[in-house]
Design a protein around this ligand. Sequence first.
Ligand code: ZN
Length: 690
Amino acid sequence: MKSLWKDSEANGKGLLELLVYRSRLIGSEPKLCVWGGGNTSSKTAETDHLGKSIRVLRIKGSGSDLKSCQPKDFSPLKLEEVLPSIQKSAMTDEAMVDYLGCCLVDPKAPRPSIEALLHAFLSYQAIDHTHADAILSLTNTSRPRQICEEVYGDELIFVPYVKPGFDLAKTLAAQALRHPDAKGAVLEKHGLITWGEDSKTSYSRTIEMVSRAERYIQKKAEKKKAFGGRKVELLSPRLREIFIERFMPEFRKVLSKNKPVILHFNDSATVLEFVSSKDVSVVSQQGPATPDHMLRTKRIPCVLEIQGDFLRTKPALPAGRQSFKRQLEAYALAHERYYQKFAKPGMFMLDPYPVVILIPGVGMVSSGKDLDSALVVAEVYEHSISVMRAASFVDRYVSLPPREAFEIEYWPLELYKLSLAPAEKELARKIAVVTGACGGIGQAVARRLAAAGAQVVVTDTNPAKVRLLESQINTEFKAKKALGIPMDVTREESVQLAFGQILRRLGGLDIVVSNAGVATVAAVEHLSLAEWEKNLAVNATGHFIVSREALRLMKNQGKGGNFIFMVTKNVLAPGAEFGAYSASKAACAQLARIVAIEGAPFGIRSNMINPDGVFKDSGLWAKIKKDRAKTFGISEAGLEEHYRKRNLLQVRVEPEDIAENVLFLASHRSSKTTGAILPVDGGLREAFPR
Ligand code: ZN
């Protein structure tokens, strides 16, 4: 591992700035810590509210990530007040949190890390604590002390496993006093601590110790087969995709029993080697590499057993679904038994279904409340695989016994954090696809659904525009809320490929906003066959192909569903020279009603929105504005005003108005409405639904 330290960047920085600098260096290396893991500190001299100079421990607060940390993320603790707690013989986690809360220089600062006492009780100026993969590969073995001594001699103190908290802090402090020359410590089945009298020393020691472990592992790995070699033949990339597309709806159905989840498929080389190996079903069931990983991935993954040939043959599909359902349910039952065995009064059982599913020959499926969470689970589990792999080279992989693992998984402090989480948004855990998403209405709908918490798939024909919209939405929401997939609704194959991607990358589908549309202005006698067919292809056939694929998926998924068709007031009140548009949209409206009828037994709703004259950012209007103005015998510039004045409320209809009504129809608030038309047109008497 390379040091990223640059004197030219570090020189001249104060103690707190240096702490931020080295924390970011550590955070930028995923082999040192992943997603909020690890913590760092410095002891500084600061001035309190009375103007008195005091010694302060600046320690990473909970809820921040090292790689993007800022000075404000480091909680300031009055050392003089923290240190006396070492005299106590015991301290519960809750008491420790309360105690530390009283020691904050700034009461508004974030809550200090659960490992704050560990940093406070050691006298060194700079301390870094990571859950480095390479270190875990030495400590998660059957003889961790001997291996660590072999690698580090007495440069690092070896601390047998103790749950993070007061006891661990006290144990380490006592050991550090006995070994004044040590450069840090290895915490069994937990991670690494290094220290020094300045930031550079502590950081350099982290890099040095991890590098030594990496070299040791590399030597041990020579000529050895990872995880005992391959047991299961890998499916080809396309067959892997087909497998996932066939079975993902079943996975989502089962895993969403308590709370709906978003699923993500991963078949990286690291994952494939592990899931297809001889040892996967034994090694993966040992337990987590470090407490930090387990809070993301659960104690163990579910390894699916694949029997029969339903991978390749369609008729065997139901048998495959049944078999996987049984296995996932068995996992949940086993978790329930594990919970019952160790639970204490006042606890509640977490969702018993797995968050990591390993599929031999195919890959891994991870789950979360949204795409970001599912991706974090996947990334953390890939690190767990790396640790297991390296530990197997060094010795054999060993983890925490179930009782210790339970103590972490059901840590009251973590449960408390969960109970404080803000209420989820209206469409949280839902997946929505919007067709024609790059137009004015499509964009507004995509943003509104994302703001309401949904994962939104934005589709349109132009790949560059789709990518741009995806990145704009994700930047606006500071999360992966949008997934851009180019799709042409008129082409069956394009729609099927897009739905395959949705299944692999998000796990399913709950809401379809069938919005893509075109229009032609021409009197029937002048309308070309080509224009007529183009209108039918997008405005009728396009909705059909999308609905058919979505209905199949939703039925397999067994969680109901929701269609919103973008129709037009012209279906009820057609206008001259708009024959191709009005007739094709009428077919769409009739399709929407049939979807309502056929979908109802499965909890699938279908409703329509009839907008009128929505001009903003409209690609459709850009093309027909001139001709439409001609139809009415007015100037192009006066067209928007013409549309405003012809409605009862005399209002201009904006894309955001349409989006708000789409949200209503997509939400539980309209749960007893199906087959309906909702006009969003400012009120047009001739277009009243009847
Ligand atoms: Zn830790």
